[in-house]
Design a binder for this molecule. Sequence first.
Ligand code: 6GU
Length: 225
Amino acid sequence: MRIDIITCLPQLLESFFAASILRRAQDKGLVEVHLHDLRDYTPYKHRQVDDYAFGGGAGMVLMIEPIVRCLRTLQAQRQYDEIIYLTPDGETLNQKTANTLSLKENFILLCGHYKGVDERVREHFVTREISIGDYVLSGGELAAAVLADALIRLVPGVLSDETSALTDSFQDDLLAPPVYTRPADFEGLKAPEILLSGHEANIARWRMDQALDRTRKRRPDLLDE
Ligand code: 6GU
């Protein structure tokens, strides 16, 4: 999988992709993440990438030329499966969408800022628009990081067996069961005995019961589907 992220704030994303599971996925050669500074592609003076909205009103709009120049530079080098614009008015990201997208190979993620991007970019260049929830962020960078993380951890080989994505909350429309580790008794707070019993079938049944119980209590909407 290859993810190219177009942003005017690459510094915001650098450390995120340089750590932990995402770092290891790249070191193992399973995933490539490339950050592109929109300001490197502008034809305007002073590295300007945004301007006042036609018709007036507060807020700046990202201009079409730097974005299209960057897109064309990337598309001249390879075929992209999706050009995704992160925007609060996109389709809301969920695990099903992440699963489907994770089967594709090459992504461009475009981060908006200020009042967003010139509508012509969305109409003519973007293939998909994604939001990460019903709240407003100051830019698409955190949303791109969330989407990239959700995709990368589904690439075969990125997670070890122990952390397998198959046991995640939502992967089977159930929330994950509670987990415990040493010590078995912390100042009288005990871990459930069944988990220490070594009886695999009973443990599996207990976990399923807990997952169902938790889902019924916290997210009954998941069971309706
Ligand atoms: Cl993709 N962008 C912004 N700016 N805010 C958001 C979002 C995206 N998703 C949820 N809130």
